[in-house]
Design a protein around this ligand. Structure first.
Ligand code: ADE
Length: 230
């Protein structure tokens, strides 16, 4: 069972993507538990303030250390986290290998930044890992956190059926996935490769592997250069 706490000032952004399809099933099967923690309940004063002006000036607010720290300490009093993760465009880029590793955890905390991000002291002293989902800037960490939960949640043993097994995903073996076809065998004159209709399972496996290698070379040659082993 993997438990994930997500700290956010916009809980509405997370409810829907985490309740459907495969993740919904993971939760129903008791394999994954995701709690969305509203940072505003830890906010200061009457207005539950969570952000303030940046020291030194400049546009944009910064999330204050105090509410965030109180929230983190509150969560840490209930569980021991394998990682306290801050979602940030300058973090380590998410890939399948990172998702695999995170799926072995018991408890994860994801912190979603907003505005100009969170006070640097929390990053320096409390956060244990920073994750980016790509080289572009989102308006907050929530959608990035949803991506992490999806990529990780589907890897938990028992979440996927045999037919959807993550073992055959793109990237799992350092290759992108081979092309897939379904009925009809001919559509508008476009034919399915004959080998897939041959019933020869050995030949089909070989074809899929060859196609995966070909595609990887064409589309993601970096995967073939990189040493994907740990
Ligand atoms: N927050 C804003 N942009 C982000 C990104 N690309 N990845 C993770 N968190 C983010």
């Amino acid at each position: 069972m993997l438990h994930i706490d997500i700290i956010t000032v916009v809980p509405e952004l997370l409810a829907s993507p985490l309740s459907h399809s495969i993740l919904g099933r993971a939760k129903d099967r008791g394999l994954l538990e995701v709690d969305i923690v509203d940072l505003r309940t830890y906010g200061l004063g009457k207005h539950h303030q969570v952000d303030d002006y940046a020291f030194g000036g400049g546009a944009g607010m910064v999330m204050m250390p105090e509410p965030l720290m109180t929230c983190i300490e509150d969560l840490c009093s209930r569980r021991t986290y394998d990682e306290i993760i801050y979602m940030a465009p300058d973090g380590e880029q998410l890939d399948q290998r990172m998702a695999n590793k995170l799926s072995l955890a018991g408890n994860l905390m994801l912190i979603c930044g907003h505005y100009k991000g969170i006070d640097e002291r929390i990053r320096e002293h409390v956060v244990t890992k920073e994750i980016s989902i790509g080289d572009y800037v989102l308006s907050g960490g929530e959608l990035a956190a949803a991506v992490v939960v999806d990529a990780v949640g589907r890897l938990l043993p028992g979440v996927l059926n045999d037919e959807t097994s993550a073992l055959f995903d793109s990237f799992q073996d350092g290759l992108v996935a081979p092309p897939a076809y379904t009925r009809p065998a001919e559509f508008r004159g476009w034919k399915v490769p004959g080998i897939l209709l041959s019933g020869n399972l050995g030949a089909i496996d070989q074809w899929r592997h060859d196609e995966a290698v070909k595609r990887t070379r064409q589309r993601r040659p970096n995967l073939l250069d990189n040493d994907q082993q740990d």
